[in-house]
Write a protein that binds this ligand. Structure first.
Ligand code: HEM
Length: 473
C-alpha cells in the first residue's frame, strides 16, 4: 500500500506548529479589535483554522486515509503539491488581509481552491472504498466539506475584490460551522474512531453505534445549520444545531465507551483527549448562550459566539497536539529505523517514547490548555488582556511542541546511532511500516512497550495483538 513518505505528513505537522505560532502572535495583535468580524480577527482566525488546524488535519488525512481504507493515495507528488498549495493559501490569506493587499488574498483563494481539488483527487480512491465503516464515511464527508469550505472561502475572497454580496456576521459564522465541523471536525471524529482503539488499547464490544451516529449527526446537522445561518433561516438553523449537537454528544458517548474499555493505563494522551472533549462541551454552552443573547444584545451575543468558536477550535487543537505526541514519534521512529538508527538510550531498542521529552510534553499540555482557556475567556467576555495572554500561550505551544518532537530525532540523526548497515531496500520497507501507523505497531505505545517487530499491515483491529502491547493498568 503506497503511503506518502514520512516527510510528507511531517511537513504538514511542522507547518501546523508554525501556523500556531503565527496564530498566537495574530491574537496578540487583534486583542483589542472589539468587533469579532474586524480584519485583525479574520487574520488570527485564519492563521488558526487554515495554517494550524486544517494543516494538521490534512497531514493526518494523508497519513491515515490509506491505512483506514486499505487503498493507496493516487500519488505522493499530489500530496506534496497539496501541501505547497495549502501552505500558500493558509499564509497568504491572513497576510493579505493584514496588509490590505486584495491581490494577495485573491492568490490565496486560488491556491485554496486548488489545494482542496488536489486533496479530493488524491483521496478519491481511499474514500470510494466500501465496507470499511465509520472512519471511511467520515473521510468521505470530510473531503466534501473541504471542497465546499474551500470554494466558500474562494467566494469570500472574491467578494473582497468588489464587495458583491453582504458578508454579515451570520454569513461568516456559516463558514466557521462548515469548515470547523463539516470538514475538520467530522474528519477528526472519524479518524479518532480508528485511533482511539489503538492508542487506548480499547476494544468496544458490539456494533458501536455511537461512532456512526456521531459522523452522520454532525454531517446532517452541518448540512442544515450552514444554509440556515448563511441565509438567516431559523427553521433550518435550529434543527441543524440540534442534530449537530446530538452528533457531537454521540462522539462523546463513543469516547466514554473507549475510555471504559481501555486496557492501557491513563497517560498524557488520555488527558489531552479528555480535555479536548471538555472544550466541545464548553463550546456548545457558549454557542447556546450566544444564540439566546444575540436578539437582546447583539454585541454581547457576537462576543459569546466568538468565544464559542474559540472553544470549538480548542477541541480540535487540543486533540491535534495530543495526537501529535503519538503520531509524530511513530512516523519518526520508522524514518530513523530506515536509516539504520535503532538504538535508544543505554543501547536498548529504540522506542517511540525515546523520541521526545515527557516533562516537556506535560508542559505543552499546560500551555495549550491555558492558552485556549484564556483566548475563549478573552473573546467571550471582551477582555483584551486575556485574549493577548491566550495568544502568547498558543504561540509558545507551537514553539515548544515543534522543538520537543524534533530535537531528539535530529540529534539522533546527527549522532548516527547506527547499528545496521542501512536499509537493504532503499527504505521502502520503512515506508510500508509507516503505512501501519494506525496499526498494532502504535498500540505498542510510546512509553512502556516494545516497538513493533515489523509491518503489521495496518489491518489489525487495533486492540493490540503484538507482543508487549498490553500495559499494566
Ligand atoms: C476550515 C476552514 C475555515 C474556517 C473554519 C473559516 C472560518 C471563518 C470564520 C469564523 C470567519 C469569520 C471571521 C470573523 O468574522 O472574524 C471567516 C471569514 C472569512 N474567511 Fe474563512 N474559514 C475557513 C476557510 C477559509 C478559506 C479556505 C478562505 C479563503 C482562502 C477563507 C476566507 C475568508 C474570508 C475572506 C473571510 C472574511 C469575510 C468577510 O470579509 O467578512 N476562509 N472564516
Amino acid at each position: 500500500m503506497a503511503v506518502p513518505p514520512p516527510a510528507v505528513s511531517l511537513s504538514f505537522l511542522a507547518a501546523a506548529a508554525l501556523g500556531l505560532v503565527a496564530c498566537g502572535g495574530a491574537w496578540i495583535w487583534a486583542r483589542a479589535a472589539g468587533d469579532p468580524t474586524a480584519d485583525p480577527v479574520v487574520v488570527a482566525v485564519h492563521f488558526g483554522v487554515l495554517a494550524t488546524l486544517a494543516m494538521g488535519v490534512m497531514g493526518a488525512t494523508h497519513q491515515f486515509a490509506p491505512v483506514i481504507s486499505g487503498r493507496s493515495l493516487r500519488s505522493v507528488g499530489l500530496a506534496r503539491a497539496t501541501f505547497l498549495a495549502w501552505l500558500g493559501a493558509s499564509w497568504l490569506l491572513p497576510l493579505g488581509v493584514a496588509t490590505e493587499q486584495v491581490a494577495v488574498t485573491a492568490v490565496s483563494g486560488a491556491l485554496a481552491g486548488t489545494a482542496v481539488v488536489l486533496l479530493a483527487v488524491n483521496l478519491a480512491g481511499p474514500v470510494a472504498v466500501r465496507g470499511k465503516g465509520t472512519p471511511v464515511t467520515a473521510l468521505r464527508v470530510g473531503v466534501a466539506g473541504a471542497l465546499l469550505t474551500g470554494y466558500l472561502g474562494t467566494a469570500f475572497v472574491a467578494d473582497r475584490q468588489g464587495t458583491w454580496f453582504d458578508l454579515a456576521g451570520h454569513v461568516d459564522l456559516a463558514m466557521g460551522v462548515l469548515g470547523l465541523f463539516g470538514w475538520l471536525g467530522v474528519t477528526y471524529i472519524g479518524v479518532a474512531e480508528k485511533l482511539w482503539p489503538m492508542f487506548m488499547l480499547a476494544h468496544v464490544p458490539g456494533r458501536h453505534l455511537a461512532g456512526r451516529l456521531a459522523v452522520w449527526g454532525v454531517a446532517g446537522g452541518v448540512a442544515l445549520l450552514t444554509p440556515g445561518l448563511g441565509w438567516g433561516i431559523p427553521q433550518l438553523a435550529w434543527p441543524g444545531a440540534g442534530i449537530a449537537a446530538a452528533g457531537l454528544a454521540a462522539h462523546l458517548v463513543s469516547l466514554g465507551a473507549h475510555v471504559r474499555h481501555r486496557q492501557r493505563r491513563a497517560d498524557l494522551h488520555l488527558v489531552f483527549v479528555l480535555t479536548s472533549a471538555s472544550w466541545l462541551v464548553a463550546g456548545a454552552g457558549l454557542a447556546l448562550a450566544a444564540a439566546l443573547t444575540v436578539p437582546a444584545d447583539h454585541r454581547a451575543g457576537m462576543a459569546l459566539a466568538a468565544g464559542a468558536m474559540a472553544a470549538f477550535g480548542g477541541w480540535l487543537l487540543e486533540a491535534l497536539v495530543g495526537h501529535a505526541h503519538k503520531v509524530v514519534p511513530f512516523v519518526v521512529w520508522s524514518a530513523l529505523r530506515s536509516r539504520g538508527i535503532d538504538q535508544g538510550p543505554g543501547g536498548r531498542p529504540l522506542m517511540f517514547g525515546d523520541l521526545y521529552d515527557h516533562p516537556t510534553a506535560g508542559a505543552t499540555y499546560g500551555l495549550v490548555t491555558a492558552g485556549i482557556a484564556a483566548l475563549g475567556t478573552g473573546l467571550a467576555g471582551s477582555f483584551p488582556v486575556a485574549t493577548a495572554i491566550g495568544g502568547a500561550l498558543l504561540a509558545a505551544t507551537g514553539l515548544v511542541v515543534a522543538a520537543n518532537l524534533s530535537v531528539v530525532p535530529v540529534r539522533m540523526l546527527a549522532a548516527g546511532t547506527v547499528t545496521m548497515a542501512g536499509p537493504p531496500d532503499g527504505g521502502r520497507r520503512a515506508d510500508a511500516t509507516v503505512a501501519s501507523a494506525a496499526g498494532a505497531a502504535e498500540a505498542a505505545g510510546p512509553v512502556e512497550a516494545e516497538p513493533p517487530a515489523g509491518d503489521t499491515g495496518g489491518t489489525g483491529n487495533g486492540s493490540g495483538t503484538g507482543p508487549g502491547q498490553r500495559a499494566s493498568r
